[in-house]
Unconditional design. Structure first.
Lengths: 303, 292, 294
């Protein structure tokens, strides 16, 4: 109520901004630096992952015992053809890195997606219907979150067996609670807003109000959370493959490469450095993307 | 007016974002111990003037020219150290929203004694006694209980009284009251207005009362300055402005308000011709300014 | 369904069949959600047995200070808040505990305008969507084209530029948003409109414009209106009858001119005295309240 409104504002014509609604919004989104840089890198990763067979210089599994422990280009003893050097088995680090991107992104997308779907649905229902539904779901979340995550993932892998599926399952099963909590809080906050009351006054049914009125306002938070979750998923995958719980040791993963690289750190430090850098850059990009999305989409309300 | 406590001369302020003028040659005087009503619709610039007088202008607003002479000294020429001694001490604020203006995590006694301990170097016990006296002056019931309370435990009226007490605590020469009763119930508003009047008489403080409510102005202000889009439209004593307004905009604003004593009068929207004429005036004088 | 007459509603002013909405003995309790063992603890009673009625085509005012329960009463009448006791009837039909499926068609006929046009318009929808969807939902419009036509006609009526239609609410000025709020209610061609503090916080000239628009619309469309406000002057200028509320009860009610000329309840007198008028009145400040803290 501290914003009084003047007649003169009311009769003024609002300056038309160029372009129609969604195109304009898309443009503002894409030019936001965090989204451009973060999103750009993620897009790049996706291309790399998809085109891996075509851009990887070597087969990641090929061992060349005549070319073991070669340093990356620019260092003494490097050989052309192995841009990032080779590991102690003569495998090309760059190719392994490129193929590792596939695992990382698949895990990121599917795990984050699953966690988001489950967590958001339950969060929406809990926040909107309140009462017994909320009590049950909140209790579930509380109990679920009291399990140590690492233990849970090890348990899962022991049951399902190692592999991409169990990694994805482990992440989704643990992290859906994060979504549930946040989305529930957001839903409750939105439910207090007058536009929800207005929707009820029109006579829309409760479920319709939840999905058609409230959910679009939850989207910014959700998108930001999903981006963050993808970063987390990549790290968790790294951890799991580091401890050997992820995919079989043949398929290259960044975490696996880090584990191997750690063993021969003093001889072949590049085997550790490359996947570490890739991990770092990827998570950073997801975080920036998420942060940028949150900032770009939210100010709609605050203007 | 001889020896006004505050004299603003030809103040011009510009927005750094788009170069838009926010204040256009504003001049006004406040006599010691008197209340000046600063009236206008939103965007008129009254908040900007209030903030300038308290040193809390947003960084995007820049004072381009003009003088702000307080107690004989031009505030625009003083070094920062001097200004810090004036703002919050000799010029105090009664803010608009009592809910958000008090720190929700600190008890009232802490917040009331802050200024006394910081600025007057009073030891805690003395400051607390003084704070209690202030609460009694603003006619708060159970002052001891209020002292020990947190803001959310008090009613809106009580919170506003606490803020008034805080404003008068350091015996300022000038108080800026920024719509202090807008958020209050009408019965509470009347009590608070009466309190402010009594305190002003007792402490001989000058008040700049920012408001958009002409009714409040009529009851509590000695003089009135009416603003429109940063420019002074008319000013004079309250009686002159309300009973014999000269400018058509002033007349229109008075006629726009609803009147319970005259239900068939009032609710006349301000005519477009008046606004257009005012705007044309502004454009013309802006043009003169930029060519000067 | 048998028509229920409200026997307690005896007044010397109106004939019963004209009544559109009537409420008797309304009590509303906001429950404090505490799961301490069984049952709920606490709960604030906001309305303590309120009787109110609104006739067709008339505009009533509900005035009170904060905590008086006026907003709650308004929402109770619209069945947007559950009543814990009492009955509400619409055109003689008891709607107090009507299930959702039967309430929905009635909703078209009783609409609401909100105080804050910023938060009452979904920030993620365009104005066009906000206005046309209810028309289609209630089948006031036959199809999208018809809905758009109606919206455009109304925009002309209230002098809103058509360019607003494809914008989001935050891109409009406050006065425009307020008029969109009015449009949303009026487009459904309701019988009754509840206006909840719709001019608080508006500049006096915008307030005048909005109130005049509302008065004109209500005349043209034959609306019954309940106008909630804390501002007695506004109520006086807009309403035929007034209900004065305090702490969840009706302190006084009657025709505006009677109540203002000769208030029966001291609280009403207090409220009237507390309004500062834009005229010189030296005794005003010291009259009435003793200046003590309430």
């Amino acid at each position: 109520m501290d914003e009084t409104v003047s007649l003169f504002e009311a009769t003024e014509v609002i300056q038309a901004q160029s372009g129609r609604g969604w195109r304009r919004r898309l443009r503002t989104l894409v030019t936001e630096p965090k989204i451009a840089i973060g999103g750009g890198f993620v897009f790049l990763l996706a291309i790399v992952a998809i085109l891996a067979p075509y851009i990887a210089p070597h087969n990641p599994l090929d061992q060349d015992l005549m070319a073991t422990a070669l340093p990356p280009a620019g260092f003494a003893g490097a050989e052309s053809g192995y841009l990032l050097g080779t590991d102690n088995l003569g495998r090309d680090v760059l190719s392994r890195l490129i193929y590792g991107t596939r695992i990382a992104l698949i895990v990121a997308l599917v795990a984050a997606g699953l966690a988001a779907v489950v967590g958001t649905t339950l969060g929406l229902l809990a926040g909107w219907y309140r009462g017994a539904v909320d009590a049950a779901i909140s209790r579930l979340v509380d109990i679920w979150m009291s399990f140590p995550p690492v233990l849970l993932s090890i348990l899962l892998v022991a049951v399902i067996g190692s592999g991409v599926t169990s990694v994805i399952a482990a992440i989704a099963i643990i992290d859906w609670t994060r979504f549930c909590r946040v989305i529930r809080a957001e839903t409750m906050a939105q439910a207090q807003q007058d536009y929800v009351l207005a929707a009820r006054a029109v006579g829309y049914r409760r479920l319709r109000i939840l999905f058609r009125e409230i959910f679009p306002n939850i989207m910014p938070v959700l998108l930001a959370l999903v981006s963050l979750e993808m970063g987390i998923a990549v790290i968790v995958e790294g951890i799991l493959s580091f401890v050997g719980l992820s995919v079989s040791s043949d398929t290259p993963t960044w975490g696996g490469m880090i584990a191997e690289g750690r063993q021969y750190l003093h001889q072949t430090w590049w085997v550790l450095a490359a996947p570490l850098a890739a991990l770092f850059a990827t998570v950073l990009s997801f975080n920036q993307l998420g942060e940028g999305l949150r900032r770009a989409l939210d100010p709609v309300l605050r203007r | 007016m001889t020896n006004p406590i505050l004299r603003i001369s030809d103040l011009n302020a510009i927005s750094d974002l788009d170069g838009r003028p926010i204040l256009r040659g504003v001049s006004l005087d406040v006599a010691p111990g008197q209340t000046l009503g600063l009236v206008g619709e939103s965007g008129a610039g009254k908040s900007t003037i209030a903030k300038a007088l308290l040193g809390i202008l947003p960084r995007t607003v820049r004072i381009a020219s003009g003088r702000v002479v307080f107690d004989g000294r031009d505030l625009r020429e003083l070094p920062e150290r001097e200004l810090n001694r004036i703002f919050g001490d000799q010029i105090a604020l009664i803010p608009q929203d009592p809910l958000t203006s008090l720190n929700p995590g600190r008890r009232i006694e802490r917040q009331l004694t802050d200024g006394l301990r910081l600025r007057r170097k009073l030891p805690w016990r003395q400051a607390r006694i003084r704070a209690l006296q202030l609460l009694e002056e603003v006619r708060v019931r159970e002052p001891e209980r209020v002292m020990r309370s947190f803001p959310h435990e008090l009613s809106g009226g009580t919170r506003q009284r606490v803020l008034i007490a805080a404003a008068f605590a350091l015996e300022p020469k000038l108080i800026i009251a920024d719509e202090p009763t807008t958020a209050l119930d009408v019965t509470v508003q009347k009590q608070v207005l009466r309190l402010m009047r009594d305190l002003q008489t007792h402490h001989r403080t000058a008040i700049v009362f920012v408001t958009h409510d002409l009714g409040v102005v009529a009851q509590i202000c000695d003089r009135v300055t009416l603003l429109f889009e940063g420019r002074v439209v008319e000013s004079g004593t309250t009686a002159e402005m309300l009973e014999t307004p000269k400018h058509p905009y002033t007349k229109a604003l008075i006629a726009a308000g609803p009147r319970y004593d005259r239900p068939d009068a009032g609710l006349q929207p301000v005519g477009d011709e008046i606004i257009n004429a005012l705007r044309a005036d502004i454009v013309a004088s802006d043009g003169r300014e930029s060519h000067a | 369904m048998p028509c229920e007459r409200i026997s307690s509603r005896l007044t010397e002013e109106k004939v019963m069949p004209e009544t559109l909405i009537a409420a008797n003995g309304i009590e509303v309790v906001y429950r404090a959600r505490r799961r301490a063992g069984r049952g709920e603890i606490g709960g604030v009673k906001v309305l303590h047995g309120v009787d109110i009625y609104i006739d067709r085509h008339e505009t009533i005012g509900i005035v009170g200070e904060s905590g008086s329960g006026k907003s709650t009463l308004g929402r109770a009448l619209l069945r947007l808040t559950e009543v814990t006791a009492g009955s509400i009837t619409f055109e003689g039909r008891n709607i107090t505990h009507l299930p959702d499926s039967q309430i929905v068609p009635l909703r078209r006929r009783m609409q609401m305008i909100f105080q804050d046009p910023m938060s009452s318009l979904n920030p993620r929808r365009s104005i066009r969507q906000i206005l046309t969807e209810p028309l289609l939902f209630h089948r006031v419009a036959t199809d999208k084209a018809d809905a758009n036509r109606r919206v455009r006609r109304f925009f002309e009526r209230v002098a809103l530029p058509l360019s607003c239609l494809d914008r989001a609410p935050h891109e409009l000025s406050g006065g425009q948003r307020q008029r969109v709020g009015i449009a949303r209610a009026a487009l459904l061609e309701p019988d009754f409109v509840l206006a909840d503090e719709i001019v608080s916080g508006l500049d006096v000239s915008t307030q005048a414009q909005t109130l005049n628009l509302l008065k004109a619309l209500s005349r043209e469309m034959g609306l019954a209106m309940a106008f909630i406000s804390h501002d007695l002057s506004v109520i006086r200028s807009v309403c035929d009858r007034v209900y004065v509320m305090r702490h969840g009860v009706i302190a006084e009610h009657g025709r505006c001119d009677h109540v203002f000329a000769q208030p029966k309840d001291p609280y009403t007198q207090l409220l009237i005295d507390a309004i500062p008028l834009p005229r010189i009145d030296p005794g005003w400040l010291t009259r009435g309240t003793d200046g003590g803290n309430q």
